[in-house]
Design a protein around this ligand. Structure first.
Ligand code: PLP
Length: 366
């Protein structure tokens, strides 16, 4: 497997750079903020929590709470683990050498890298920049999916572009997958971070019988440090395969993470509203900034989620631009080349409360 370029970059700079303008997560809640939201039952679970091993699939109360996020998923069709671990287990369970896979790109690297490392034939379904933002050509999917295709992978709201699809596009994607009876893995990590709740799509796992949905607490729930995510699927064999793999990975979730996750899920509306408020405010600031500096950047307005992928309109290569910002201003933005995407794109994150200050540093450096 190739090194995970984005994670290596963050590992090097995230904790040594003062201003982070590129985080994909949203302003993390503090322990105190989260505990102050606990209802009576979860507070009591927290107070009496024994730091033992936990159940392989996840705490039963947590599974019940997660199932409520879906229209047609019972707790028995949920598997809880760290989001990135779930991607790894899902790909290892679903794919074999020679399988054909289609994946939206640019992408969070594990969505294509694990398939590539297994020896799959990976077709990249590219999003394209236009003057109005990003577009996805559904005809590409219709033209490339065949009876040999073993998996379609999508990710909306999308990292790194902030693109989002409409419910009509979602319906059309499902129709194409269904026609060929292909499983569809939908990375919905940025669900809940739509700018308008009306833009929130139903999870693919609810809409498509072969749909697998991934969500978790790392982005819109503002709790990446808990390392809690979940996969939902109507395919019991698939979930069982993932669980068997898990015995060689984390075995089970951290006991505190599960109870803190339960507290968060029970207060989901409050937490998601907080995230939306931060993002919408930052989006407005970002739109004005990019309008002021259109000679430097093309904004490519995002539609949902906590990231955007504008273009630097200068001859300076984006890696050099980013390196200069780190060295001279201690400001972290991510070059688009880490997503193996051509052009001078870079990723910014709009989920942090210090976004205006970080953006002001970028402005001063121009
Ligand atoms: C699209 C996408 N999927 C999955 C993940 C993995 O989430 P986590 O880092 O919480 O494991 C990320 C993290 O950035 C992501 O952007």
């Amino acid at each position: 497997m190739q090194p995970f370029a984005l994670e290596r970059y963050f590992s090097k700079y995230e904790f040594s750079t003062k201003h982070i303008l590129s985080a994909s997560d949203c302003e993390s809640l503090t322990m105190q903020e989260l505990l102050s939201m606990a209802d009576e039952e979860s507070q009591s679970l927290w107070n009496s929590l024994k730091l033992s091993y936990t159940e392989t699939l996840g705490h039963p109360l947590l599974l019940t709470e997660i199932a409520k996020l879906y229209r047609a998923i019972p707790p028995s069709q949920v598997l809880v683990a760290a989001p990135e671990e779930l991607i790894f287990m899902a790909m290892q369970s679903l794919l074999s050498k020679g399988d054909h896979v289609i994946v939206t790109t640019p992408a969070y690297q594990s969505l294509h890298e694990i398939a590539t490392s297994i020896g799959c034939l990976v077709d990249r379904w590219e999003l394209h920049p236009t003057v109005d933002g990003w577009t996805l050509n559904l005809q590409f999917l219709a033209d490339h999916v065949t009876d040999k295709t073993k998996l379609i992978l999508v990710n909306f709201p999308h990292n790194p572009t902030g693109h989002h699809i409409s419910s009509e596009e979602q319906r059309d994607i499902i129709q194409i997958a269904r026609k060929h009876n292909v499983p569809l893995f939908s990375d919905e990590m940025y669900r809940g971070a739509e700018y308008r709740t009306a833009d929130r799509l139903p999870p693919f796992a609810d809409e498509y019988e072969r749909g697998i949905s991934l969500w978790g607490l790392s982005k819109s729930f503002a709790l990446p440090g808990l390392r809690i995510g979940w996969l939902v699927s109507k395919n019991a064999d698939f979930l069982a395969k993932c669980s068997r793999l898990r015995d060689y990975l984390t075995i089970c979730n951290s006991a505190p993470g599960e109870i803190l996750g339960l507290i968060a899920l029970r207060q989901r509306e409050q937490i998601l509203q907080r995230t939306r408020t931060i993002i919408v405010k930052n989006l407005d600031i970002a739109s004005k900034f990019f309008a002021r500096h259109s000679e430097f950047f093309s904004w490519l307005k995002p539609k949902a989620g906590s990231v955007a992928f504008p273009i630097l309109r200068k001859n300076t290569p984006i890696e050099e631009f980013c390196r200069n910002l780190i060295e001279r201003s201690s400001l972290l933005i991510t070059p688009g080349s880490l997503f193996q995407y051509p052009g001078n794109h870079f990723r910014i994150g709009i989920g942090r409360i210090d976004f205006p200050e970080s953006l002001a540093i970028l402005e001063a450096s121009l």
